[in-house]
Design a protein around this ligand. Sequence first.
Ligand SMILES: NC(=O)c1ccc[n+]([C@@H]2O[C@H](COP(=O)([O-])OP(=O)(O)OC[C@H]3O[C@@H](n4cnc5c(N)ncnc54)[C@H](O)[C@@H]3O)[C@@H](O)[C@H]2O)c1
Length: 316
Amino acid sequence: MSGSPRVLVTGGAGFIGSHVCQTYRDAGWEVTALDDLSTGRRSNLPDGVVLVEEDIRSEAAADLVRGGRFDLVNHHAAQIDVRVSVARPRHDASINIDGLLNLLEAARDGQVPRFLFVSSGGAIYGESGEIPSPEATLKAPLSGYGVSKLSGEHYLFTFRKLFGMEGASLRYSNVYGPRQDPNGEAGVVAVFSSRLLEGEPLTIYGDGMQTRDYVYAGDVARANLLLTTTPLPDPVSVDDVAFNVATGEETSVVKLAETLLKAAGRDVELQHAPPRKGEVLRSCLRTEKLRALGWAPEVSLEQGLGNTYQHIAQEI
Ligand SMILES: NC(=O)c1ccc[n+]([C@@H]2O[C@H](COP(=O)([O-])OP(=O)(O)OC[C@H]3O[C@@H](n4cnc5c(N)ncnc54)[C@H](O)[C@@H]3O)[C@@H](O)[C@H]2O)c1
């Protein structure tokens, strides 16, 4: 590499992608974000990051990847709504599979040496596997989104085998932090925070003992930076180049709500509603593999919830 290394972050104007852009920029990388702003926002982008506003499925996106002399493509852009993927699996596959292939083909033709792909532990692991789930656990996705993420990992594997392109998949657990969209149904932390700001009760579905593994976006971004340069093995299976990015700690929804109230110094009622059909009861990922490379989460749940709440309070 001569001069600053160059990275293309797809989905860089989104919630997690914007943290990833910031981390690369702070580490001295020249950062370009490729984003169609379908859910992302220009204002999420840190200073110094160039935005190319295109759909990842477009010829213009392929041209950018092919001719951009990038040292790395970091692929965060995606259709992220599980319910949309259940209702419209072709739409999900169009962005999450066809869009990925558009970038992978261009990266191969442009001789981009490494490609990082963002997958999802919660969506690809089966419910009957081990908890906390190691990378090698049973894969049994229950949504189009889970299928498209697992397919992406397999394509990365074949591109390594066929064309020598290095690739790693980052299997996130539940990511939370500043810039998460509080209007969606997805990010419970952002939804709870905005309810709290309005002085409204927090709704807990079922008994609230269902668990998730909440990891802070800044910690996730550091995992991306680490996997950018860490030596990767010649894989025998997709799991060999897949890394859970999580804390390894299970937190119930009730505990999450209580910790958020404490971090925010506020008090509202916790309101119970009937359980949601099809909701996974436990989700937690093992993190030994990434920790062995020197990564560990640094932001505690209380600290991270406090930061997220403050950020949403400022926005509102
Ligand atoms: N949030 C989580 O807890 C979580 C968990 C597991 C995996 N992930 C993955 O992390 C990545 C980022 O998710 P996020 O939570 O930050 O969501 P997000 O919606 O904030 O980010 C996605 C970004 O991709 C962009 N995008 C979507 N379709 C595009 C297209 N066709 N062309 C160009 N850009 C497009 C959006 O505008 C947005 O900026 C996704 O790949 C998602 O599947 C997120």
